[in-house]
Design a protein around this ligand. Structure first.
Ligand code: UFG
Length: 329
């Protein structure tokens, strides 16, 4: 029996794939490589194609006995989702309909799904719990919420069992040093500060210094990809032992401001790279911090690598060793 990892060549997908393989799971990957990297899957069998292509997916399901699916295959840039909402509905929601349809055709009933804190929008209370109001402020978050609702109705109608994992700010790189974060274009704070430390960009902009936070900059809950990997393994094991459909936040319960990330990055890299103070970026909530109590209680998940130093040191090692990322474009 194999685990099908859709989007396993992407940033979070490849780290979770590595964790599953280290735990002894037999995995295969489907990825269309529009944003993922062939090198990120290592020697795991890779099928290059699209989850929305029924004939391709039928071939994959026919060649393997698939026990469960992990679904990371989605576009995830908030800004892009506002410029091109149709792309996000097609690539995220429509493709997930096709994937669930393929699973249904092949009688596969278990799925672990990559969701996002973006489903909550601007939170009314902090830390955010799973049943906090869902009011996405961008198309990306709206499609993640729609995919969760889709799985809910497939649960009711077809007996699909799903675990949806709402990541806060995924960050860091595998301690093994072979995989890390490589997006084009890069929009995320941590890789940007490390590129500035490498001299690959002149400075980093701090988007907004007038937020109602202690230092005026936005606070986020950064969660190491190694901790995301352990959560996915636990969620898969939960479903395989008969666990029922559930939704969990994945965050550290600890917030770091943009300025704190900049300072920690200067310390880890030893480079006093320049920053520029810039206006707020549209759609950024001031504070996003998860409650992870449910994942701790139900899955037994304990994040262990999500302090600023561990995140930045692992990401810095990846950036230094791979100055051109996976270098495969
Ligand atoms: N930031 C800067 N300068 C930059 C880039 C980012 O100040 O050059 C700030 C942002 O304004 C924000 C923080 O750094 O306050 C983190 O920004 P990221 O772009 O790294 O991450 P986001 O919080 O915007 O978004 C991430 C994921 C989304 C997900 C969201 C959920 O990229 O997919 O977390 O919390 F929806």
């Amino acid at each position: 029996m194999a685990i099908l990892v859709c989007g396993g060549a992407g940033y979070v997908g490849s780290h979770c794939l590595e964790g599953l393989r280290q735990a002894g799971f037999d995995c295969i990957v489907v990825d269309n490589l529009t944003r993922g990297h062939r090198a990120a899957v290592g020697d795991t069998p890779l099928y290059v194609g699209d989850i929305s292509d029924p004939a391709f997916m039928d071939q994959v399901f026919a060649e393997h006995s698939i026990e469960a699916v992990l679904h990371f295959a989605a576009a995830s840039q908030v800004g892009e989702s506002m410029k091109d909402p149709l792309l996000y509905y097609e690539n995220n929601l429509c493709a997930t309909v096709a994937l669930l349809r393929a699973m249904e055709r092949h009688d596969v009933k278990k799925i672990v799904f990559s969701s996002s804190a973006a489903v909550y929008g601007e939170p009314e209370i902090t830390p955010i719990v799973e049943d906090s109001p869902k009011s996405p402020t961008n198309t990306y978050g709206e499609t993640k919420l729609a995919m969760e609702r889709l799985m809910h109705w497939c649960h009711t109608a077809y007996g699909l069992e799903y675990v949806s994992l709402r990541y806060f700010n995924a960050a860091g790189a595998s301690p093994g040093g072979l995989i890390g974060e490589d997006h084009t274009p890069e929009t995320h704070l941590i890789p940007l500060v490390l590129q500035a430390a490498q001299g690959k960009r002149e400075s980093v902009s701090i988007f907004g210094t007038d937020y109602p936070t202690p230092d005026g900059t936005c606070i986020r809950d950064y969660i190491h990809t190694s901790d995301l990997a352990s959560a996915h393994r636990l969620a898969l094991e939960y479903l395989l032992r008969g666990g029922k459909s559930e939704i969990f936040n994945l965050g550290s319960e600890h917030g770091l401001s943009v300025r704190e990330i900049v300072e920690a990055a200067r310390e880890v890299t030893g480079v006093d790279f320049p920053v520029k103070l810039a206006p707020r970026r549209a759609g950024d909530p001031a504070v996003l911090i998860a409650s992870n109590r449910k994942a701790r209680e139900v899955l037994g998940w304990v994040p262990q690598h999500s302090d600023a130093h561990t995140i930045l040191a692992s990401a810095w090692k990846w950036h230094r060793d791979h100055p051109n990322g996976f270098d495969d474009k």
